[in-house]
Design a protein. Structure first.
Lengths: 359, 357, 272
């Protein structure tokens, strides 16, 4: 009743090509952004912000990265975590080498390093497809993970072998390190994620995005349209790894605040991000957010939610149940709705558009 | 013919073998030349020293190759499970590795509950059968006719479910395989070879023998039985097989059950060499480069690929690993496979990749 | 192979056509031991509708694949716009102005009609990555400019109503039309159509014929056409080349080809 497009006429192509052509959608996005920027810091406590919201933002960004590669370009990657790690270590090396440069700039620059590594490991994608490529990306995962442990130069020859995040400030406020408040870290993450999501949305709606999808849907026809397969695939690898790298740097600098990064960027994390993309919806940016929210919050919900409902559940059992649930949910989603939560969201909107009539 | 003519897979280097041979010779020649002018000795350490070691201590070489061979047999067994399922249902079964762990855990778990060892084996087979039926009913049947990639991802779901289920039932701590109770041999045979001692674990010999028997049995099963013929038909074309009255559902259960049996045997052998734990899951991923080498549809390919990967990574780790800090076993297999892909994208024995428009 | 071909020189064509746009000289294509095309030569002149016909498996699609660089023949050469082409890649052929449609519809199934046709404009769009990431200013101007071209094509093909629908769910006839639109969006000089009317009913066929003729007349696009419907071929084409078992058995105007004994034998079968 309230969600109608009736009466909204578009008289220019630019209005028709807008990402959110409906006025109600634009209002909805404004409300969500307002909530994220004002509501969450006002209402949320420190635990909620640092253990729920920041992880959600980091995972969303990583999922967007993988979605560009897998969802939009159709190349499966099982090495996302390794590319995140490249970002984290690059940011660490950069900020210790150039302490004067703002950390946010360095986080973005470290994404470029990750992109370069991503392109390197994406080179085989011209020769190999599908499952073969999935296995090739495992090479990236295991090799880089090995390098994070065995190349002491990467962690500045620390005795602990861990990244120690130094304190860095923005306008005089500490944004990394022990004295940075959760709210400031959250703000930095939010700004980065919103900005990068906007860029990603622009890319997938433009020429590059169409080339990616063309390669995904029918690579032979795409080639005969004049799309260079190697270029399309490598740009997808580059952009995807850039997003993963920035997400990895954010993860260490604004969420973990240091620690044994080599253990963090393991293959389980790669799988988890793949699940976020599948459950959220392949080829959908908003789905990446849904998937990240879902997978990232599921363990917390099980751990704290079930006992609150009176179901006794130990920590270990909660972990087992999480695994089983995630597995079962993936299968369920693939059977019921291979396009994930994003498609359900669309169907919901469509229903709302015609409500209260069935069609 | 021409309308459906095959497009040959693009060849990075036309006549790849010739060129790769030339490149190899050039690299070796450059290395020998370079070594002459190499002050720090890096090139010497990479290209000369390992080979000198091999010649000087052939017993160590033999030991390394033997160890590679044994882990290769185990990789090959996991890869075999993949190939069986891929051939018959076109599903790239990511869960094969976890099925190995799950089968071994079930066996040990049952034994710990007081079930006699051999009865436990039979019961575990029963569990694998139930698993095959369940997977067919719950996962495969609803997803029939979906793109391969969807099925591939569904096996991720199976993997995670089995991890959670297995840990919930049997706990996450490592367990001992009941090797003695299954009459598997223990101890080692020390061979005097090349003036040194080469130690062969009896369990490894048993593993190799059992693997060979199983592969022969599978080959016979595929070749000479009615079900085997049906399996080959399904592998060629689902639709055509259906149209001559072969039940896809039945075939899938049989294939997944067969893969389950292979998983159990692999699990027993592997468990007898180390512990039974979910750490095996990461090792099981090594079966994937084996598949790349061997091709997804070839049983001999899985065996040969497994042996190449096993021996390759043990030799690499032993002779070259120390040069860059060791532990390269975790990724070497993938790089061997990747390097191989540049020359033969379809694997050693795989079907030629063809594209049609 | 010493194949006797019909001589077309001196024969006045029913439409006056210009110089040779593409010429195929003594092409042979093998897959392993199988000869898909043996020693075939013909040419396509600027502005004409050139049909390639022949029984199933005659090598027609392989011929198109050679022309747009998907296959590389082992022998012979292809000259396009006066330039002899070595192993050309499909995307280079596209950049040179060769577009095509496929026997089995090869649309981008996950994308809308509009986006499918927009991909045809890829080569004409030049804004770099960073402008695209902003999607404002020059990049947006460029998108709108090309959107206008695409809307013209959509109007021309009368598919306005399916503009925003995903193509995967459209009926077959409409999919073929969208595919033609995608090829037209490339503003090709040479358009290769591989059985554009396969599987269509009479009405759809008539529509498609009209589109092909309009494209040829209005835009002056040269068209190479594979089609099994002889009525369509005879009505549409200026010249016809006939292949059988990878060899050329006839070449000439529709009327000449129709009267050729070899062609009649090839289609009706002959007692050996």
């Amino acid at each position: 009743m309230f969600y109608r497009e009736a009466g909204q006429f578009k008289s220019t192509y630019s209005a028709d090509m807008a990402v959110f052509p409906l006025r109600q959608d634009r209002i909805g996005i404004a409300v969500i952004l307002a909530l994220a920027f004002i509501g969450v810091p006002l209402i949320g406590n420190d635990f909620f912000i640092s253990s729920v919201m920041i992880p959600f933002l980091v995972f969303s960004l990583a999922a967007i990265g993988l979605n560009i590669l897998t969802g939009y370009t159709g190349l499966i990657s099982l090495g996302t975590a390794a590319f995140m790690g490249v970002g984290a270590y690059a940011a660490y090396k950069l900020t210790t080498a150039f302490p004067g440069i703002n950390i946010i700039v360095l986080v973005l620059v470290s994404g470029l390093f990750s992109a370069a590594i991503g392109v390197l490991f994406g080179l085989p994608s011209l020769r190999i497809k599908g499952f073969y490529l999935a296995v090739a990306t495992l090479a990236a995962q295991f090799f880089l993970q090995w390098a994070f442990v065995r190349v002491p130069w990467l962690f500045n020859y620390n005795a602990s072998g861990a990244i120690e995040v130094p304190q860095r400030t923005l306008f005089g406020f500490p944004i990394t390190g022990a004295s940075a408040s959760p709210e400031t870290r959250y703000f930095v993450c939010l700004v980065l994620v919103v900005g990068l999501t906007w860029f990603a949305s622009n890319l997938v709606h433009g020429k590059l995005g169409r080339s990616w999808m063309a390669v995904r849907d029918m690579d032979i026809a795409a080639e005969l349209m004049g799309i260079k397969l190697l270029n399309a695939k490598l740009t997808a690898f580059a952009v995807s790894s850039f997003y993963a790298g920035v997400a990895g740097a954010m993860m260490i600098f604004f969420w973990y605040g240091g620690g044994e990064a080599a253990d963090v960027f393991n293959i389980r994390l790669s799988f988890n991000i793949l699940f976020m993309v599948i459950i959220g919806g392949l080829g959908s940016l908003i789905g990446s957010f849904f998937g990240a929210a879902f997978i990232a919050s599921l363990p917390t919900i099980l751990k704290f939610g079930l006992p609150a409902l009176g179901v006794p559940l130990s920590g270990a059992a909660a972990e087992h149940v999480t695994f089983m649930l995630v597995g079962a949910l993936i299968i369920t989603f693939l059977i019921v709705e291979p396009h994930g939560l994003a498609r359900l969201w669309q169907i919901g909107k469509q229903k709302l558009r015609t409500w209260p009539f069935p069609y | 013919m021409s309308d459906v003519a095959a497009r040959p897979a693009p060849n990075l280097l036309a006549k790849g073998w010739v060129k790769s041979g030339l490149i190899f010779i050039a690299v070796v020649a450059a290395a020998i030349l370079g070594a002459q002018f190499d002050d720090s000795g890096t090139l010497y350490k990479v290209f000369i020293d390992p080979f000198q070691q091999m010649v000087q201590a052939p017993d160590l070489l033999a030991q390394t190759i033997w160890e590679g061979l044994v882990s290769g047999v185990l990789y090959a067994l996991i890869a075999l499970g993949f190939v069986l399922i891929f051939k018959a249902s076109g599903v790239f079964n990511f869960a094969q590795g976890i099925m190995v762990v799950f089968a071994a855990l079930t066996l040990v778990g049952l034994y710990e509950k007081g079930v006699p060892a051999f009865l436990a084996v039979i019961l575990t087979l029963g569990v694998m059968f139930v698993l095959a039926v369940t997977i067919e009913r719950v996962v495969l049947r609803p997803l029939v006719n979906q793109p391969d990639i969807i099925l591939f991802m569904a096996t991720f779901g199976i993997t995670y479910f089995l991890i959670g289920f297995g840990e919930a039932l049997f706990g996450g701590s490592p367990k001992q395989m009941i090797a003695d109770q299954l009459w598997l041999p223990k101890g080692a045979i020390d061979l005097k070879l090349f003036g040194g001692l080469v130690s062969l674990q009896k369990i490894d010999i048993a593993a190799a023998v059992i693997a060979s028997i199983m592969i022969a049995a599978l080959a016979a099963f595929f070749q000479y039985t009615r079900i085997g013929r049906a399996l080959r038909a399904v592998a060629d074309s689902h639709k055509a097989a259906l149209s001559v009255g072969i039940s896809l559902n039945q075939i899938w259960v049989i294939v997944w059950f067969t893969a389950g049996i292979v998983a159990l045997i692999t699990g027993i052998m592997w468990g007898a060499r180390s512990d039974v734990s979910f750490a095996l899951e990461i090792v099981a991923l090594k079966a994937l480069p084996v598949l790349i080498l061997g091709g997804f549809t070839s049983i001999p390919g899985a065996i040969v690929g497994g042996l190449i990967i096993g021996i390759g990574e043990k030799m690499g780790e032993f002779y070259w690993g120390p040069l860059i800090g060791g532990g390269i076993e975790s990724w070497l297999a993938y790089f061997i496979a990747l390097g191989f892909l540049l020359f033969r994208p379809q694997g050693l024995f795989g079907d030629k990749i063809i594209e049609r428009i | 192979m010493n194949v006797e071909t019909m001589n077309v020189t001196g024969e006045p064509l029913h439409r006056d056509k210009g110089e040779v746009l593409l010429s195929v000289d003594n092409i042979s294509l093998r897959f392993g031991g199988v000869k898909a095309i043996s020693d075939v030569s013909f040419d396509i002149r600027k502005g004409e509708v050139r049909a390639i016909i022949g029984p199933n498996g005659a090598g027609k699609t392989s011929m198109l694949n050679c022309i747009n660089g998907f296959y590389h023949p082992q022998e012979g050469q292809i000259t396009y716009k006066g330039v002899r082409r070595a192993k050309v890649k499909p995307h280079q052929a596209a950049a040179d102005g060769i577009a095509r449609t496929f026997q089995n519809v090869a649309l981008f199934k996950g994308m809308s009609t509009l986006d499918n046709i927009m991909t045809g404009r890829t080569l004409k769009m030049h804004r770099n990555f960073f402008w695209q990431a902003l999607r404002h200013g020059p990049a947006m101007t460029e998108e709108i400019e090309h959107r206008k071209v695409v809307e013209d094509i959509i109007d021309f093909l009368q598919i306005q109503h399916i503009r925003k629908l995903p193509v995967g769910k459209l009926p077959y006839g409409l999919q073929k039309r969208v595919e033609l639109g995608r090829a037209l969006a490339m503003e090709p000089e040479l358009l290769l159509l591989d059985e554009p009317m396969a599987g269509m009913n009479l009405e759809e066929k008539e529509d498609m014929c009209r589109f092909i003729l309009d494209v040829n007349n209005q835009f002056g696009t040269t068209i190479a056409l594979i089609e099994h419907d002889m009525g369509v071929v005879m009505d549409l084409s200026d010249r016809v080349v006939v292949l059988e078992y990878g060899r050329k058995i006839a070449d000439g105007t529709p009327d000449e080809v129709k009267a050729n004994q070899k062609v009649i034998d090839a289609y009706l079968g002959v007692a050996h």
